[in-house]
Ligand binder design. Structure first.
Ligand code: ES4
Ligand code: ZN
Length: 320
């Protein structure tokens, strides 16, 4: 299958840390990992739900110590994304996951941002950076980190909300999002991945987000679906992620075809590709193998990603 030119809108840069790079950075930084070798590490990648993945995801971040580490991880993603047909990437990072380990905001932000800055020239992939906040940590902490990002004039275009969803509803983060809106930042949030449709409503009504990350559980609420169709709210769906985190049983059971059919503005994204079995191209390949989408459906998915991106109309025209 030929590669579709796409925008990747739902991507956690820490989720692109491949096992080989984890071991190389551990070696470079003299960090002891609880795994003897690559095979041992790879054996950990069997998840039962979101939390079981997050445990390993946060643990593996221990190897990220210097700006160079963050830049190397980011550059590896951009190279791979370009090979997967991605032409524009909006990259989330989790500053709190690094601050809590004693890594400064400057180290993690500048490291990621330095690789993003050369991406268009190096890989033909335009980029934006989004700071995501951990919903299973106190909202006051998130707000303090946002203030620090603003004070250092961090090159972020927006904010997101991620980590363990159930029990950590959007309504707890109203002050954070009010601050972000006032600062002119774009606002997105994970909702309806493991959490109920009500969380999608809260993200829209209380946080006033422009996009929903995942959103697949909207299908349980007919009124919500109608609203999302009417407003053409972008839903950044991650098929391989949903399978690996057992949100759906198998790819065959994934609601993406149904979502497309209903006229929802859905795009395909890789989420944490080093953990979930594939980058953008592999997501499309497996969707194609499972659902045999026709050219129109494939083009619609690619077009949805471009029209939902935080880019200028000029760049949008280049990509459409
Ligand atoms: C995440 Cl798949 C997913 N869901 C929520 N938070 C996350 N952080 C990284 N990947
Ligand atoms: Zn995600």
């Amino acid at each position: 299958m030929s590669l579709l030119p796409t925008a990747e809108l739902h991507l956690h840069i820490e989720g692109t840390l491949e096992p080989e790079l984890i071991l190389a950075l551990a070696e470079r930084n003299g960090i002891e990992l609880p795994y003897a070798n690559l095979e041992d590490l790879r054996a950990q990648y069997q998840f039962t739900d979101l939390q079981s993945f997050l445990n390993l995801y946060y643990e593996n971040m221990a190897v990220l110590q210097t700006e160079q580490d963050f830049a190397d991880m980011t550059r590896a993603y951009l190279r791979r994304a370009a090979a997967a047909g991605v032409r524009h990437a909006e990259v989330m990072m989790d500053p709190q996951a690094h601050l809590s380990r004693g890594i400064t905001l400057e180290t993690c932000v500048n490291g990621v941002a330095s690789a993003l800055a050369t991406s268009e020239e190096q890989f033909g992939v335009s980029t934006e950076l989004i700071a995501a906040f951990l919903r299973d940590e106190p909202a006051e902490e998130a707000l303090a980190v946002l203030e620090n990002l603003l004070a250092m004039d961090a090159p972020i275009i927006g904010i997101g909300l991620d980590s363990a969803e159930v029990g950590n509803p959007p309504r707890d983060f109203v002050a954070l999002y009010e601050r972000a809106h006032a600062a002119g930042l774009k606002c997105i949030a994970h909702a309806g991945e493991e959490g109920p449709p009500e969380y999608i409503r809260e993200a829209l009504d209380l946080l006033k987000v422009a996009r929903i990350d995942h959103g697949i559980r909207c299908l349980e609420d007919e009124n919500l679906v109608e609203r999302l169709v009417e407003d053409q709210t972008p839903l950044t769906v991650c098929p391989l992620s949903n399978v690996r985190l057992r949100t759906v049983d198998t790819l065959t059971d994934h609601p993406l075809p149904q979502m497309l059919e209903r006229g929802l503005n859905v795009s395909v994204n890789s989420d944490d590709p080093a953990y979930f079995g594939g980058y953008m191209d592999e997501n499309f390949n497996q969707l194609q193998g499972t659902f045999a989408f026709d050219a129109n459906q494939l083009a619609q998915l690619a077009r949805n990603s471009v029209r939902s991106a935080f880019i200028t109309d000029a760049r949008r025209r280049e990509l459409l």
